[in-house]
Design a protein. Structure first.
Length: 326
């Protein structure tokens, strides 16, 4: 009989799926690493489990403890699933720009959810960075995860996602494209792929209102680059320790409107019901067209599932209100 011992045994080994209609004008083969097949419907399941197991191993997370994290939703889901199996409580701090679906899903798996304002400085005591740190300090027998600076985040992708992509493409991958938030996925996968073949190009998808692209190109952290944006799960107003800029060959920025429109197009043209960052990622691939040749194999990673965005990118009233469609 074939079965997993528990839900955590189903994390990883997600398929590669070819894109056809949206990429028809590109000269190369474009394959998506389809991470919504993880049990929490996102790539974050991988690093959530790794961060918990590493914290258990070195004693930071003790039996019966409380896991505390600031999350845009998906890391929280991965942590919550592992917490259920392993017997921990969860408190998640989320910014008010995230979809209601994400907050409801976290509550559905037993987590306590604390909502903080988006439009404050990272150092503001009301920011979701500050509140999660404070709760970590105040809550007895708790562990503050800090996915941004936790090395287990990138390590999870170095150990699982990168090797899977290399094996699934039979070593023929030439470009890896992925949205960048905490930096764990691009840095872990990128490190593994470049160790196998230093010529593999690693491209990050950034959003307007985020500091990554300019910092990568100039080394300058420009606070004038920072302003509120709609796209969820990518971009930052801080420099997480998990972002290894030396591994990244370049960034391309995608607008909020394009990310939202292409999220809908993935569903309508490819049958891929995915999250907001997938729309940004595929638009980013199209923007990078001049970098690809007919012999290239481009792998784009799609982070999460469309069910988390039904009230936003998949709601035409919301899309009209935002000015994204007529």
């Amino acid at each position: 009989m074939q079965y997993a011992e528990n839900i955590l045994g189903t994390i990883g080994n997600t398929p590669l799926v070819k894109l056809n209609k949206l990429t028809k004008d590109l000269p190369c083969l474009v394959l998506s690493k389809y991470e919504t097949f993880n049990p929490g419907n996102s790539t974050k399941d991988r690093m959530a489990l790794k961060m918990i197991e590493d914290a258990e191993a070195d004693g930071r997370l003790k039996p019966g403890g409380t896991i505390i994290e600031g999350t845009s939703g998906n890391t929280g889901m991965g942590l919550a699933l592992a917490a259920i199996v392993k017997g921990y409580k969860c408190i998640f701090v989320i910014s008010d720009k995230q979809s209601n679906e994400k907050m409801d899903i976290l509550r559905a798996v037993g987590a306590e959810v604390v909502v903080c304002p988006t439009d404050v400085e990272p150092t503001d005591p009301r920011s979701y960075y500050s509140v999660s740190k404070r709760l970590g300090a105040e809550t007895p027998n708790s562990w503050y995860v800090n996915q941004y600076d936790n090395p287990s985040n990138a390590a999870a992708h170095y150990e699982s996602t990168g090797p899977e992509i290399w094996k699934q493409t039979d070593g023929k991958i030439t470009h890896f494209v992925v949205g960048v938030g905490t930096g764990g996925t691009i840095s872990g996968v990128g490190k593994y792929l470049k160790e196998q073949n230093p010529d593999v190009k690693i491209w990050g998808i950034d959003t307007y209102g985020s500091v990554f692209k300019k910092y990568h190109e100039t080394g300058i952290f420009d606070e004038k680059e920072i302003y509120p944006y709609v796209t969820e799960g990518i971009g930052e107003d801080i420099l997480p320790e998990n972002v290894d800029f030396s591994i990244i060959d370049g960034f391309t920025k995608v607008t909020d409107k394009d990310a939202a429109v292409y999220t809908q197009l993935l569903a309508k043209e490819e049958g891929m019901f995915l999250g907001n960052s997938a729309g940004a990622a595929i638009k980013g691939v199209l923007q990078l067209k001049e970098h690809f040749t007919k012999d290239d194999v481009v792998v784009v990673l799609f982070h999460d599932h469309g069910s988390r965005y039904v009230g936003k990118m998949f709601n035409n009233e919301w899309m009209k209100k935002m000015g994204y469609i007529e």
